[in-house]
Design a protein around this ligand. Sequence first.
Ligand code: AMP
Length: 384
Amino acid sequence: MPETPSTDTPDGFAAFGLIPPLLATLEQVGHKRPSTIQVQAIPPLLKGRDVLVASQTGSGKTAAFVLPMLQILSKGESAHGPRALILEPTRELAAQTAAVCRQLGRRLSLKTRVICGGTSREQQVRSIVDGVDIVVATHGRLLDLVMQGDLVLEYLSYLVLDEADRLLDEDFSESMTALTPYFPDVPPQTVFCSATLPEPVMDLAKRVTRDPVRVEVAAETFTPKKIRQRAMFVEKEDKPETVARILERFPGRSMVFTRTKANVDLLARVLRKHNIKSETLHGDRSQGARNKALDLFRQGRVPVLVTTDIASRGLDISDVDLVINMDMPETPEAYVHRIGRTARAGKKGAAFSLINIDERLSLRDIEKHIGYRIRIATEDALDT
Ligand code: AMP
C-alpha cells in the first residue's frame, strides 16, 4: 500500500472514468483508493498527455502508469508489434512491472512479455511471435531484438521510462539513440518516472517527452515518523556480529543493507554461524540465484535478506519489520529508500543504523534531509 493514500477523491478510481474490468480488478486486488501520485497522473495520462512522475517506489507509481496504459490499449486494435513499451533498469524490475501489468490487466485480453538479458534469446523471440501488446524490457536485449528484426516498434503508442535516473548511463543513451529511428513517426505518448530529477535526468526527460504534466510526491512523505529509527556507534569490524545479535533479539522479516558485495557475503557467513537463515542479493549472483533468493524471502520462508542498494533498489519488497543498515548508504535519498521497506500500510517498523567513526557525517546529512534527529541508542536500549 502506498504511504500516501489520497483523501480528495471520494469516488476513488471510478471518478477517473476507468473501464469496468479495471475497476473490478482494482477492487479484487484490494486497491481501494488511488494514491496521491495516481490521482495526479492517471487523468492526464487518460487524456493522452505525456507525464513526468517524480516519485519513489512505494508511492503506487507503477499502477499510475499501468492503469491508463491498459485502458488505452484495450480501446485500440492489436497490431503486428507491441503498442506499449516499458523500459526498466534491471531484469528484476522488468519482471515485477510485467507482473503488475498482468495483475491489473487480468480481465483484458492483452499480452505482456518481458524482454531482457540473462535468459534465452530464442525463447523470448518465440514468446512474441504470436503477437504481443505490452513489452517490458531492459534496453540491451531489446535493442538486439529490434536490430535483428525480431521485434518491430513502429506500432508503439505508449512508452514508459521507469526509474529513469537509473537508466542514465552511456550504454542506455546509445541504445536510445539507436532505437529512436525504429519508433513510429508519430511519437508515442510518454511517461517518464524518476525518484529524483537532477539536471542530466531532466535533459533526458526533455528529449523524450513533449510538454509533460509534472506530478510529484515530496520526499517527506517517504520518511514516516512511525518508523522507529535508531543509530548506534559500532566499530567496523564488530558490525557483522552486532547485526547477528540484533537479529537474534528481533525476530520477524528483516532486511540488512551493506555497501559492498563482499560485506553481503561476509555477513551471510556470520549469520550462518549464528544459525540465522538468510538469503543474499548482489550484482555478482546469477539471475536464477537472485530470483530464488527473492522468492524465498517474499514467501516468508527465509526471514532475513542481505543486500546491496544496487541489487535491491526499486524492488517491491514490503512488509519488512526491521531494516538494518550495517553500512550507511551513500546518499540520504538511499537511506529514505531503504527504511521505506518497513512500516508500510500503517504497520509499525524499525530501522537501525550501525555507524562507525567514518560514517558520522552521513548521519548528519540524513538528518538534514529528513528534517529530524535520529535517536542514538546502545545495543541494549534498541527497543526503547
Ligand atoms: P509502487 O510504488 O508502484 O512500487 O507500488 C507500491 C505498492 O503499492 C505495490 O505493492 C502496489 O501493489 C501497491 N499499490 C499501488 N497502488 C495502490 C492503491 N491504490 N491502493 C493500495 N495499494 C496500492
